[in-house]
Write a new protein. Structure first.
Length: 347
């Protein structure tokens, strides 16, 4: 999303796809050099999902000044950009750099408790998005995480470490972390992602996901287990779809839509699978049904910053445009032709 402005409570951002304005609570994001990193993804009514807010006015060499100013509204986090950059940029042996010379000898990761492994994996996961350092919840684990990051050659090495930490832990939180790590590793690891996400979904728990806020139906609402499961089922559905297992993809997308029916992307994904299964009439029927839901009606939404109002018709626009597209495909006799899979799936 694109940064517009900020005040003491909210970051105001714009969806570049549909132009919808979002008000993101400040305690759900962290500043970065390019703008902000969201603790949890924010879904737009048009179907886009964002985990970053970028500032188009930030230029190379000026980003630090921009973030330093914005940090005034994040004072409670006590994050010092300059000091964090020094930690990563100072040469080994510098007086200002953390001393990790004995960390690996003092702590064997295999000897960590399962809870510590889960927390460390979470810190590493967050580090893939954050560029301003770590929190203070567990300073020892933060030091271990920083050492791992300094030694990791790339993003995949960090994901491998996350998987190594959690893959043998018999806990829904571990299944979710490992499953998402495999999702992030890409197409070659879809089968492993499917295995762990399915395992997690047998018993998803309230303590397995981050709490926060998202925008739904024109309002900021707390993330519930249902909203969280919308994302999990959507990720799982994408994995099945990538494996050309359209029956299971359809099952997952339907469950995602049931969890969070206010998201138009849920309807679109189901319609796309129907089309791939040669059931384009079902796709059109589904989108016609979406027009009968309460989310289809434009809503008057209040801007919390200046108390002004605007009409939010994002759900309607997305459904109408998609319906038009599917009808056009039917008229042209569209037939789905799958591409060949070029990668080797990890067993």
């Amino acid at each position: 999303m694109k940064f517009i402005k900020a005040n003491d409570d909210f970051i105001v951002a714009k969806c570049p796809n549909c132009g919808n304005i979002k008000h993101i609570l400040k305690n759900t994001c962290f500043p970065s050099k390019e703008g902000f990193i969201l603790n949890l993804p924010v879904s737009c009514e048009c179907g886009c999902v964002y985990d970053t807010i970028t500032n188009p006015n930030v230029k190379s060499g000026k980003s630090l000044n921009f973030i330093t100013k914005i940090l005034n509204i994040f004072a409670h986090k006590s994050i010092n950009i300059s000091s964090q950059e020094e930690k990563y940029n100072d040469k080994k042996g510098s007086n200002t750099s953390p001393n990790y010379s004995n960390t690996s000898k003092e702590i064997n990761l295999n000897n960590l408790s399962n809870n510590a492994k889960l927390e460390l994996a979470k810190i590493l996961f967050d580090s893939l998005k954050l560029s301003v350092g770590f929190g203070n919840s567990n300073s020892q684990l933060n030091k271990i995480a920083e050492k791992i990051l300094k030694e990791a050659k790339d993003r995949h090495k960090i994901l491998d470490k996350i998987i190594e930490l959690c893959k043998d832990i018999d806990d829904p939180k571990a299944y979710l972390i490992v499953g998402r790590a495999y999702v992030w590793k890409g197409a070659k690891f879809r089968k492993e992602a499917i295995k762990y996400l399915e395992k997690y979904l047998i018993n998803p728990t309230e303590d397995s996901y981050e709490k926060g806020y998202v925008t739904r139906d024109g309002e900021n609402v707390k993330i519930t287990l249902e909203i969280h499961l919308f994302w999990v089922y959507s990720d799982l559905g994408k994995c099945y779809e990538g494996e050309y297992d359209f029956d299971n993809a359809l099952r997952c997308y339907k469950l995602a839509n049931k969890m969070d029916p206010a998201m138009p992307s849920g309807y679109i994904r189901i319609a796309q699978i129907y089309t791939k299964l040669g059931q384009i009439d079902e796709a059109i029927k589904l989108l016609e049904q979406a027009k009968k839901t309460p989310y289809y009606q434009p809503k008057k939404v209040k801007n919390v910053l200046d108390n002004s109002y605007h009409i939010d018709d994002s759900f309607k626009v997305v459904i109408d445009n998609s319906l038009k597209d599917f009808i056009n495909k039917k008229e042209k006799g569209y037939v789905y032709r799958p591409r060949k899979i070029k990668h080797n799936i990890v067993e």
